[in-house]
Design a protein around this ligand. Sequence first.
Ligand SMILES: O=C(O)c1ccc[n+]([C@@H]2O[C@H](COP(=O)([O-])O)[C@@H](O)[C@H]2O)c1
Ligand SMILES: Cc1cc2nc[nH]c2cc1C
Length: 352
Amino acid sequence: MSTTAWTREPVRRPDAAAGEAARLRQQRLTKPPGSLGRLETLAVRLAALQGRARPRLDRVRIVVFAADHGVAEEGVSAFPQAVTVEMIRNFARGGAAISVLARTLGASLEVVDVGAAADPGPLPGVVAARQGAGTANFTRAPAMTPGQLAGALGAGREAVARAREAGCDLFVAGEMGIANTTVAAALTAALLDLAPDAVAGRGTGVDDAGLARKVDAIRRALALHRAAAGDPMEALRRLGGFEIAAIAGAYIACAQAGIPAVVDGFIAGAAALAAVRVRPEVRPWLLFGHRSAEGGHARLLAALGAEPVLDLGMRLGEGTGAAASVAVLRLACALHDGMATFEEAGVSGGPA
Ligand SMILES: O=C(O)c1ccc[n+]([C@@H]2O[C@H](COP(=O)([O-])O)[C@@H](O)[C@H]2O)c1
Ligand SMILES: Cc1cc2nc[nH]c2cc1C
């Protein structure tokens, strides 16, 4: 039987010397100091995380974790639950937004079924790590049993192990799960002690009545699981979801393996919050790809002290916002690696 003991194993520390070497190189490149703004600091950060003065993003791994949620029966989504498994098939056929972004970036894409309500059966590029046919409705019971939580966290860890084996400069976790904005909002509210209406948004596009049902479902769930709020692992078990726990597990495993991860939108952000609350040393390994349009994401980012790379009004999930940011991160690395120094170019006014 799987356990969560591995989540307490040591986490790597970023390489301060590689970061400092990258910072000094940035000062010598042919531009006024700081003029490339965050393209400079992102390259320096990636250098420290990858332990090399010239970071590279040649091998990007994207993993979409998919699962269903018992709370969907409360009428909190604009779409039916069947969309989760239908989208798993769409990922497998290469027709989803993240499929296009992965192809365009030359990134490898894997899908992990952590527990959609319907079993899609064997599909190319889809790993079955099913913990059940969706979680329990958390307005009535804990979302997961301890065994399911351990299995879901382990599914994330195993995805990182496969990524590492394939060679991985950067890990992107995406998610797919009808009703998971309700789950992410409940978890965020519990971990940040916020009111349900401060974190609930329209998700896939619920109307006013749907939003009211969502706020009410979160309110009832927080009341039922009140005692777990101070224990992030228990909050994740009671108020989380299979794909959210898998992503939290993946972030912890990335920090243990020394692989930087780019966090996607609101749902991945809630997983990041849970991972950081369980293991605060995970935080330096996380870059934040974008600010989602979903209500609540801005507060979540603020609580994590995170400044996202992009703000494009996206709210799709699947890892799409993080994947879009990879293009910018690659530009940061290319500038850092390819620009001439003042000395090389014979340009005056460089550092002494
Ligand atoms: O990533 C985000 O910020 C985001 C914001 C809104 C919706 N989503 C996606 O939409 C689905 C959840 O929306 P909902 O309305 O069913 O809770 C799920 O599959 C997510 O990937 C994702
Ligand atoms: C079609 C569709 C695609 C998605 N991708 C992520 N969440 C989604 C939700 C819906 C409804």
